[in-house]
Write a protein that binds this ligand. Sequence first.
Ligand code: FMN
Length: 327
Amino acid sequence: MRTRFTEMFGVRHPVVQGGMMWVGRAELVAAVAEAGALGFLTALTQPTPGDLAKEIERTRRLTDAPFGVNLTILPSISPPPYEEYRKVIIDAGIKIVETAGANPVDHLPHFEDAGVKVIHKCTSVRHALEAERIGVDAVSIDGFECAGHPGEDDVPGLVLIPAATRRLSIPVIASGGIADARGLVAALALGADGINMGTRFMCTVEAPVAQEVKERIVANSELDTRLIFRTLRNTARVAANTVSAEVVDIEAGGCEFADIAHLVAGARGRRVFEDGDLDAGIWTAGQSQGLIEDIPTCAALVRRIIGEAEAIIRDRLAGAIEEGVRV
Ligand SMILES: Cc1cc2nc3c(=O)[nH]c(=O)nc-3n(C[C@H](O)[C@H](O)[C@H](O)COP(=O)(O)O)c2cc1C
C-alpha cells in the first residue's frame, strides 16, 4: 500500500506508532520498525538527554529499519532541556521526529539543517494549517477519540480528518480511535495518507508495560475512558479507574491543579505500567480500547491490518461497485 506518507518517510506500511510516555521504548519501537511501520521513541521517557542517546543506541541494536523520536513540548514551570534532547536526536543521526504539544517553530530550523523530517501532531485544523505554514513535513491529527490530549474542541476524527485534509497540502496521518484495518481504510477514504495508533500498540507483546495493563485494555470497552483536566483547559483522555474518577469528582467541585497534583503525579502513573497495579495512578488509554480484543506481536498486528485493509478495499468496497455486491 503506497501513499505519500510511505514515499516521504521510506516506511513500508502507512502505519505509525506515536510517542507514548513510559511506553515508547526500544523494545516496542524496534518491533514496530521490524514490522515495517514507523515507531517513535519518546524522548521525555528518558530522564536525561544522555539516556535518550543510549536508548537510540539500544533500538539500533535491535533493528536496522528506520525509526524516529517523539519530542513532546509541554507547558511547564521547570521545562526539560528541550534543546539538549534535540541535539541528541540530531547527533545520533535520527531522520524523523514527531513533535507534539506546543508549536515546534523554534526547533524546525535545527531539524531542517540536519535533514530531519518533522511530523507535527496536533488536534485542530487551525494548528495543522499553522504547522504547515511554518514548514513541517507532515501532520498527524488526533481526533477527540484519542488517548492523551485531544485538545478542547471535541471534534471526532470522522469530521476532523476530512476537514483537515481538504485544506492541507502536506501528508496527513489520521490519529485517534484507530485500532484495525477498518480504521486504516476509513482514514484513507477521509483523505489521510496513513494512520497513527497509540493504545493499539500499547497492547502488543513487545510493549514494555505490565501484562495486567494489556489485559485490562482487552477487557475494557469504548466507554472506559475519562476526561481529566477539562476544567484546567488541558484535557487528557485516560483509562477509567478509581484515580481518574476521583480527579473528575474533585474537578466537578471546582479546583486548582494543586488540589489534584498528588493524584496525577507521573511517578504514580509509571507504577501502573511497571507493577500492573491498575489503580496506582493515572494511565493513558483511548476509546479504541473498545476495538482491541487481543495482545498480538507488532509483526502480527501490522500484517493483519494491512492484509485486512487490502481485502476490505478489494473485495468489500470495489466489489460493491464492480459486481454490485451489497456492502
Ligand atoms: C500510554 C500513552 C502515552 C502517550 N504519551 C504521549 C506523549 O508523551 N506524547 C505524545 O505526543 N503523545 C502521547 N500519546 C498519544 C499517542 O501518541 C497517540 O497520539 C494516541 O494514542 C492516538 O490515539 P489512540 O490511542 O486512540 O490510537 C500517548 C498515548 C498513550 C496510549
